[in-house]
Design a protein around this ligand. Structure first.
Ligand SMILES: [Zn+2]
Length: 319
């Protein structure tokens, strides 16, 4: 599979200083303010090649920021994959055995199957269970506008609006290949108050992704009362005081690859709006894949066109 040609502008930070942590679990640190308030969990490196999240957490640690109320847990998820990061093949470190972010079904976590990522997910599960709020920091294959993936619950969209950046909020149900951490347990339960967001901060290697990741993280912590604006301002970047008119894209379906050969008919990058219903977007084993309605938005077309995985998601602007 060809590697993206983008220049690697980001340097993976040394996370060894965070290995010991203080929770008994490697690369997981909890700061307890000692006063009442929500338990906020921020996770980076769910995909080992998505280094902007590690940069954002590193900045938070180095800034010495501590929660004013409640608890704040900072976790580096797929460290095994991150350790294999190689600038010559930067995409290869996404995971070791399988995608960490498709394992978050109780049956999978409780099951007997073993993998590097399942072991790590099982180890981190109690921290996800304990959190009231989750921000999971990711980046994307193509350099499009950042996307806040809010899932299917209205309270997550409300939280994304309170965070205020980025401009685009995507409401989506995830992937046929398996549930994401952001949809696990109470985070995907309409009857719970646990609320999760996933930020796709930009292209994996672009400098701006680290700025977006940092500013989204800081604003997330400020609106949840964990940080003051003044504290956040000390390490905030150019996006922090940006006030875009936020727009929502409702994902209606994921195009899941069921055949042996899937190919797009164009070099789609994501966020293209195809005006005409029935526009051809790809072919799978000779079968045509067409847009189901007018003004169909393509969300994160994948370069990993593998059976069982998502090729692209389709949606439309609702606001
Ligand atoms: Zn990711």
């Amino acid at each position: 599979m060809p590697e993206p040609s983008n220049t690697i502008e980001l340097t993976p930070p040394d996370i060894e200083p965070y290995r010991a942590g203080n929770t008994g679990m490697e690369y997981v640190t909890t700061f307890d303010s000692g006063s009442a308030g929500p338990h906020v969990l921020v996770t980076a490196l769910t995909h080992g090649n998505e280094i902007c999240g590690a940069i954002a957490l590193d900045r938070l640690f180095r800034g010495g920021l501590r929660p004013k109320q409640g608890k704040l847990t900072l976790a580096f998820d797929n460290v095994a994959a991150y350790r294999s990061f190689d600038r010559r093949a930067p995409t290869a470190s996404r995971f070791v055995d399988e995608d960490f972010n498709r394992l978050w079904a109780p049956a999978t976590l409780d099951g007997s199957r073993q993998s590097t990522e399942l072991a790590r997910a099982r180890a981190l599960r109690p921290f996800v269970d304990a959190a009231d709020f989750l921000l999971d920091i990711h980046s994307m294959q193509y350099a499009t506008a950042p996307l806040m993936l809010a899932g299917m619950l209205e309270r997550s969209v409300m939280l994304a609006r309170r965070v205020g950046i980025p401009e685009l909020i995507v409401c989506d149900a995830g992937h046929a290949a398996g549930p994401r951490m952001r949809d696990y347990g109470g985070f995907g339960d309409p009857g719970s108050s646990k609320t999760a967001l996933l930020i796709e901060a930009g292209q994996h290697w672009e400098r701006r992704a680290a700025e977006v990741a940092t500013d989204v993280l800081l604003r997330f912590l400020v609106i949840l009362g964990a940080l003051s604006r003044d504290d956040a301002q000390a390490i905030a970047g150019s996006e922090f005081d940006h006030h875009p008119r936020q727009r929502v894209i409702q994902v209606t379906e994921a195009v899941t690859i069921t055949g042996e050969n899937f190919e797009f008919v164009q070099d789609f990058r994501g966020l293209e709006v195809l005006p005409q219903k029935g526009t051809l977007i790809g072919r799978e084993d000779g079968r045509e894949v067409r847009t189901p309605y007018d003004d169909c938005v393509l969300i994160m077309p994948s370069r990993r066109l593998v059976k069982g995985q998502t090729a692209v998601r389709l949606g439309r602007y609702t606001a």
